[in-house]
Design a protein around this ligand. Structure first.
Ligand code: NAD
Length: 458
């Protein structure tokens, strides 16, 4: 079959693969290929057990794979063959050298830029889908223009706003798609080519076009604003616990103001995931780089409050359980950083489990999707850890439950049955405020929500 366009995604991770899958699904006349340097990941995308758990994704992959969607490890050949290239490689926080712990590590991204240059025999549109520091497109343009003169490259910024757990819906029906380009003749033509792809399934009004630096920066700012709401409500949850107010009531009263809005106002043990912390630290680094220390300090406090909230949670467990956890069994309910994903990157559960182990508690971890990732995260930890998918078996014989992930299934567990199987007095620390606290108290638990008065018998 002759395809109308050929599109390549480099990086078959949580963002690259689902976003390319969506293009393949909506544009059956385009050939879409996803490449990765990790052969296991590509093998998994070509298998029945996809490497990413995302509700609804496997059905779309089944429908498109082999038809107009292909997964491959042959990065170089695919660069040659495709004229529109989405770069979706990872951009983690740097762990070494200048900017360690703050700046984005651009080594994967730069390697890709060089590979594109080396393997291009025809002109290409190169699209930044990874989240990158502002002005990265300029560096990419410099690398790409350092080669042969007969091949030209247009660099676009098209940051991805999808969230894990709701990726399919977010990609199919996004609030907006953002495309930044140079405002030159060829930049605007490249922009139009990308707009054309998205308008295959989205109304034109949902596609925002802008200058390239605004697009790069908007992604960092969007994540910073989302995380900032979480830290704002979490900071107030600490005050509620001191002053007998209820954070859910406060969030409702505040969030019904249409200027504020209700979303992202749920108190809990804090945000996790691969993006929020990394992107805010990247923003903080950029602000310092551009000589704006006050702006940097403002955004850095969002990360500090997130850490404070997790430390508060652990301190509360220790204090409530008579200041010793040594030899006690704690059931960690949920390890994914949020519901409907198996992703555990930067999950608060990692930090909290480490603290429990440091107190010599025995930890039993339960999660419907994230146990393999949890075991990898904790592989080097000393202490007693076990992994039990079934929450009832995980909780049996434990002194406390600590709810870490807002899985829907945890709302509906038979807490009476669980209570019966636990050591008494039994404790329930609800790090996501999803359990029926009053009911669990009546069953017999000592209940410690976030930002609400504890329900205890002591
Ligand atoms: N995960 C999210 O929810 C999310 C949302 C929006 C944006 N982002 C951004 O998207 C980017 C990717 O994130 P992710 O979560 O998909 O990361 P990921 O680690 O899951 O995937 C990145 C993939 O790129 C591959 N890769 C690295 N270098 C390569 C190269 N030279 N050639 C081919 N493949 C290469 C890696 O092997 C890996 O499989 C990041 O910049 C991230 O900030 C992520």
């Amino acid at each position: 079959m002759k395809f109308k366009k050929k599109i390549l995604g480099i990086g078959a991770g949580y963002v690259g693969a689902p976003s390319m899958v969506m293009i393949a699904s909506k544009c059956p006349d385009y050939k879409v290929t996803v490449v990765d340097i990790n052969p296991e990941r590509i093998a998994a995308w070509n298998s029945d057990r996809l490497p990413v758990y995302e509700p609804g994704l496997d059905a779309i992959v089944r429908k498109t794979r082999g038809r107009n969607l292909f997964f491959s490890t042959d990065v170089e050949a695919q660069i040659q063959e495709n004229d529109i290239i989405f770069v979706c490689v990872n951009t983690p926080t740097k762990t070494f050298g200048a900017g360690a712990g703050m700046a984005a590590d651009l080594q994967y991204w730069e390697k890709t830029a060089r590979q594109i240059l080396e393997n291009s025999k025809t002109s290409k549109i190169v699209i930044e889908k990874s989240t990158l520091p502002i002005k990265t497109a300029q560096a990419m343009e410099r690398i790409l223009s350092s080669g042969k003169k007969n091949v030209t490259f247009d660099v676009l910024s098209n940051p991805e706003f999808m969230a894990e757990g709701t990726a399919v819906n977010d990609l199919e029906n996004p609030d907006r798609v953002l495309i930044g380009s140079r405002e030159t003749k060829s930049g605007l033509a490249a922009r139009a080519a990308l707009v054309e792809i998205y308008t295959r399934w989205l109304p034109r009004e949902k596609i925002i076009t802008s200058n390239i630096w605004s697009a790069e920066l908007s992604k960092l700012v969007a994540n910073a604003f989302l995380a900032q709401r979480v830290s704002s409500i979490n900071s107030i949850s600490a005050l509620c616990e001191k002053a007998d107010a209820d954070i859910s009531e406060v969030a409702h009263a505040v969030g019904t103001d249409s200027r504020i809005g209700a979303k992202f106002l749920k108190a809990g043990i804090g945000f996790g995931g691969s993006c929020f912390k990394k992107d805010i630290l990247n923003l903080v680094y950029l602000c310092r780089f551009y000589g704006l220390p006050e702006v940097a300090a403002y955004w850095e406090s969002v990360v500090r409050i997130n850490e404070y909230q997790q430390d508060r949670f652990i301190a509360n467990i220790l204090r409530s359980m008579f200041n010793t956890l040594a030899g006690k069994k704690i059931c960690v309910l949920g390890f994914a950083f949020k519901a409907d994903t198996g992703d555990t990157r930067e999950s608060p559960a990692i930090h909290i489990t480490r603290k429990l182990l440091a107190e010599h508690a025995e930890v039993v971890i339960s999660d419907p999707q994230a146990l393999a990732n949890a075991a990898a995260d904790l592989a080097h930890e000393k202490g007693k850890i076990s992994y039990v998918e079934d929450p009832y078996r995980a909780a049996a014989g434990c002194h406390a439950l600590a709810v870490m992930t807002d899985w829907e299934a945890y709302r509906k567990l038979d807490y009476r049955k669980i209570y019966k199987s636990m050591v008494k007095p039994a404790f329930l620390f609800d790090g996501r405020n999803i359990v029926d606290h009053r009911k669990c108290f009546e069953i017999g638990f000592n209940v410690f929500p976030i930002g609400k008065p504890a329900l205890t018998r002591f």
